[in-house]
Each structure stands twice: as C-alpha cells, then as structure tokens.
Design a protein around this ligand. Structure first.
Ligand code: PLP
Length: 412
C-alpha cells in the first residue's frame, strides 16, 4: 500500500484515507496484473467489463502508437479525423439498422447524459416539453453523473444522498426481480397514467450490472419496446456493460433483435485501453433534435477512437463466440454447484459473467487478501462476488480463477 495514495487520493466509492488497502499495479499483460508485491494475479474483473482482449495487447498497443505519431488529440468542434469517421462507420454497421448517427463522449455516464438530453430535446422540439421525465426498471445502474444517477436504482443507488437535488423519475418492477407479466403490467399502467410527462424509458438489456448483477428474460425488451411505442415514449438501451460480446451476443439487444431509439456504448468499446463512449440514434430523432447542446473537450479523442477501431476489428476477426461459450461452460461446471452451499443465496451465469450472491455481506478486505494469495483479482460488493474475465483467458487460468472463487466461498 502506498502511503501517499492512502492519505491523499480518492478511489471509487471510497473515503480518504481508504478503509481497505489499495494494491499498486506495476504493469499488466494478458489476463495478469503484476502487483508491486511481486504477486501476479488474474484480473477476473477485466478492469470493470472493459479489457476483453487482455492487457498490453500488441495489436492495440500498435494502434495507439501509430496514431500517437500523427496526433494524440484535436478539438472536434469544426475539425474531424479518420479514426472518428472509421469508428462511426463501424458502430453504425454493427448495431441495429435504424441507428445511423453517432455522438462520441468520453465516459459511459456522459453517454447516458447525452442520451437523456437527446430525448428531452426531441420532445421539446415536437412541442411536447411536458415530456421531461424518464422511466426505468428497478435494480438498474447507468452511471454517477446527476442525470445518470437519477435513473439508477432508487434504493441501492445514491438517491438518498442527493434526494433534494435529483429529479424524480418513474421506477417500475424489474423483470429480474418480479415475474415478467407483473413487470410488464407495472410498466403498462405507469405509462398509461403518465405518458404525457415521460420522454423515454432507459434500461440495460438482459443484464443489470452494478445495480445488483441480475439477469432477465430478453422477451421483456420486445414487449417493453412495443409499450413504449404505443405510449409515445422513446426507448434507450444502455449497453455500456453488455456490449461487445460479454453476454454471448455481440450486443445483448440481439437476443431479441430489438431496435432502440438511442443506444449507449462504452467500457469494452476501446478494449479497456482508453476512456471513450458513444451514443447512437436514428435519423428521425437526429432531425428533430437539431443542434444538440453538448460538446466535451476531448470528444472523439483520436487515440481512443484508433484503439476502439483496432479493438473491434480484433474482436470481430476472433472466435469470440467460442471463447465466451467456453468460459460460460466452465462457469456452469465449476461454479453452478456452489448453489448447494448454504451460505450461497444464488449463482447466476450468462456468457462470460458469473455471479455468486451470498446470504450475507462479504468482507472485502480479507477476501481480496485471500484471493490475491490464490492468484486472482476480484472486487466484490455487498453480497456479490462476481467475475467477468477477459475473453482471451486460457483454460488453466480459468481453473485458477474458479478454484480461487470456490476456495473463498468455502471460507466465508
Ligand atoms: C459502467 C456503466 C456506466 C457508466 O460508465 P462510466 O464510464 O463509468 O461513466 C453506465 N451504464 C452501465 C450499464 C455501466 O455498466
């Protein structure tokens, strides 16, 4: 632990000085983080869903180095560049056909802000500015900025800290926690009563990430989209965590081929190399919105766009479906039996994601210490111990990962 870091630097969702130790990483390669202590640990988190190809990848390194020799950044106001044009072309090609316009931002949260802003400006320009609220399912997570935070789960999100400031939106039952019919009834009755004031529905398709790590039936998406059409509410999908193969489909929306009006991408977009996100939308919304009042300083950063182009090409030219299926199969064989453990409440597996929900909160400090001894890096929160490793993880590394998980669950 670095004492300066401990005394002066904030880490995510933590205080200064931090309650639990932070570990200094000296370098990383493949699926491994090389810690200052000399320990080499498998990153079972993919640095929060993002490093799908692993660290220090020669192809991704080269993409950045090549771009660096040209320019690392230029403002996007009035200027443009090839990396952004190529990336926009690719994103339009690989996402649903109705999505034809791209807005680049620098983080997932900001791509959600832009999506919400698009929806608000859309209705305002249609002279329906009473449509200024959002609807979402409970248990969601969309980021930490104010707009994004206001559509995160109202109970496990940060609403209680900012209740006087956050706008009040509509929260309906999640199909991940209630039967699908019940969830759809709740959505329909809320839309029926309030559609005059609702601009858009926003949700994560199939996998709810940091709001509770829960899955739901993709059929819900088709039905929710159709209700939104009926009640004239835009449909925003947040694929920031699920995008680029994680669930076994390139995008989780492909489980049912639903077409969102607005789509948010981030995290694995650059293979976890740099911060970049994108908000995609349709011709019709773009035309109605007109001038979009948003323009980050580092919009469409060329280094980030270059590495995103290389990462997507690498993914599409790889056997990623086989890798994700192989990881999923391994999780089913090795982790699903943990359900028998009476301290385990549930085990959920989909694609390259495995979640062990315990009956009680997990003590982060001891479990991380123990996992590091066992050669693995994970970051549990609440009752959840979960992993979403890089797709390139080798079979023997998967064994190390799941063995470590089984060991610590046995020791809880
Ligand atoms: C991580 C995440 C965000 C926020 O992205 P940041 O880059 O951390 O701002 C938004 N939505 C979902 C679903 C996410 O997983």
């Amino acid at each position: 632990m670095d004492t300066f870091d401990h005394q002066h630097i904030w880490h995510p969702y933590a205080k200064v000085p931090n309650d639990i130790p932070t570990h200094l990483v000296e370098s990383a390669d493949g699926v491994y983080l090389n810690l200052e202590s000399g320990k080499r640990v498998i990153d079972g988190m993919s640095s929060w869903w993002s490093t799908i190809h692993g660290y220090n990848h020669p192809v991704l390194n080269k993409a950045i180095q090549t771009q660096l020799g040209k320019m690392s950044h230029v403002m996007f106001g009035g200027l443009t560049h090839k990396p952004a044009i190529d990336l926009a072309k690719t994103l339009i090609e690989i996402t649903p056909e109705n999505l034809t316009k791209v807005f680049f931002t620098d983080s997932g949260s900001v791509s959600v802000e832009v999506a919400l802003k698009m929806a608000l400006q859309y209705w305002a320009n249609k002279d329906q500015s009473t449509k200024h609220k959002f609807i979402t399912i409970r248990g969601g997570y969309h980021g930490d900025t104010f707009g994004a935070m206001s559509v995160c789960d109202p109970d496990n999100g940060m609403h209680h800290l900012f209740s006087g400031v956050l706008p009040q939106h509509f929260f309906v039952k999640s199909p991940s926690m209630a039967p699908m019919d019940e969830a759809l009834d709740d959505l329909e009755s809320t839309l029926k009563q309030n559609s005059d004031s609702i601009a858009a529905m926003i949700l994560e398709p199939v996998v709810q990430g940091a709001g509770g790590m829960r899955f739901y039936n993709p059929q819900y998406l088709t039905k929710a989209k159709s209700l939104c059409e009926t009640y004239k509410v835009l449909f925003i999908l947040d694929e920031i965590a699920t995008g680029f193969g994680r669930t076994g489909e390139l995008f989780a929306l492909e489980y049912v081929d639903v077409e969102p009006d607005i789509l948010c991408l981030g995290k694995a977009l650059t293979g976890g190399y740099m911060t970049l996100s994108a908000t995609l939308t349709t011709d019709e919304i773009t035309t109605t919105v007109g001038t979009l009042m948003h323009g980050p300083t580092f919009m469409a950063n060329p280094l980030a766009c270059s590495v995103a182009n290389a990462s997507i090409e690498l993914l599409l030219n790889s056997d990623w479906q086989d890798d994700v299926a192989r990881i999923e199969q391994h999780f089913h064989t090795e982790l699903a039996p943990l359900k028998q453990n009476n301290k385990v409440a549930d085990v959920r597996i989909l694609g390259a994601i495995a979640i062990i929900e315990m009956q009680e909160e997990i003590g982060v400090e001891w479990i991380q210490k123990r996992l590091i001894e066992l050669g693995v890096w994970l970051r549990p929160y609440g009752k959840l111990l979960y992993t979403m490793p890089p797709f390139i993880i080798a079979d023997d590394e998967l064994v190390t990962l799941t063995k470590a998980i089984k060991t610590v669950v046995g020791e809880i």
